[in-house]
Design a protein around this ligand. Structure first.
Ligand SMILES: CC(C)(COP(=O)(O)OP(=O)(O)OC[C@H]1O[C@@H](n2cnc3c(N)ncnc32)[C@H](O)[C@@H]1OP(=O)(O)O)[C@@H](O)C(=O)NCCC(=O)NCCS
Length: 188
């Protein structure tokens, strides 16, 4: 499904603004990534050095806008309410239509904002958008079995456990088992 005419989403609460970042805002993402390099290393794929540069993010953000317009992903940046800094990301990728109407979700929050309910707030907004505005039926998320924070967050959002996938994602250089969960839109 082409979404060429769809307005870019801007989802707000009192503490966060979720929207797609423009390429000219690449430095905000670089700052977030540099500041959280150590914090996110053990939960994410190994990142090449370019990942922490403005040039990389200018290209990546341009591609993310194209993918959104093509209907294949919705990669939200979480910004502070004044939109000066990136505090996290909620990435909905692999959007598949047809009989599936599903996608995968990945997310990360700055170490500076952990433990305050901000990610729960952001994902409540973005999940509702994916269901109500984009018409998806299922959002799938996997987490490392020892990632208690992530497991608790997903459970509170209503995601249900569906199983354990062996050596599912390559995290920090190693294939790791993941708990698979999903949130189903029962209205669609
Ligand atoms: C996973 C991650 C997003 C969870 O962040 P988080 O801040 O714990 O998530 P929430 O927004 O749900 O906040 C819940 C915490 O805020 C607390 N909290 C404080 N005020 C709150 C409020 N107003 N509303 C809700 N929770 C609140 C809760 O008690 C809870 O803290 P606790 O776990 O110490 O009890 C974050 O730890 C992270 O980015 N980790 C690294 C990357 C990662 O793991 N990504 C996911 C890969 S699967």
């Amino acid at each position: 499904m082409k979404l060429l005419k769809r307005k870019l989403p801007e989802l707000r609460s009192d503490r966060v603004c979720c929207r797609l970042l423009e390429p000219h805002e690449a430095t905000k993402m670089v700052d977030f990534r540099k500041d959280n390099k150590d914090h996110l290393e053990k939960w994410e794929p190994r990142r090449p050095s370019e990942f922490f540069t403005e040039g990389f993010w200018q290209i990546h953000l341009r591609l993310a806008l194209k993918d959104f317009r093509d209907g294949t992903s919705a990669c939200f940046s979480m910004l502070s309410v004044d939109e000066e800094q990136v505090i996290g990301v909620c990435n909905y990728t692999n959007i598949v239509r047809g009989t599936f109407q599903s996608c995968h979700l990945g997310y990360a929050l700055s170490h500076r904002f952990e433990g305050a309910g901000v990610m729960y707030e952001a994902l409540s907004l973005t999940n509702a958008y994916m269901f109500k505005d984009l018409g998806l039926h299922r959002i799938m998320a996997g987490y490392l079995p020892h990632n208690d924070r992530s497991g608790k967050l997903l459970e509170r959002l209503g995601f249900e456990k569906e199983g354990l996938a062996r050596k599912y994602l390559k995290i920090n250089g190693r294939w790791e088992d993941h708990v698979l969960t999903s949130l189903v839109n029962d209205d669609y």
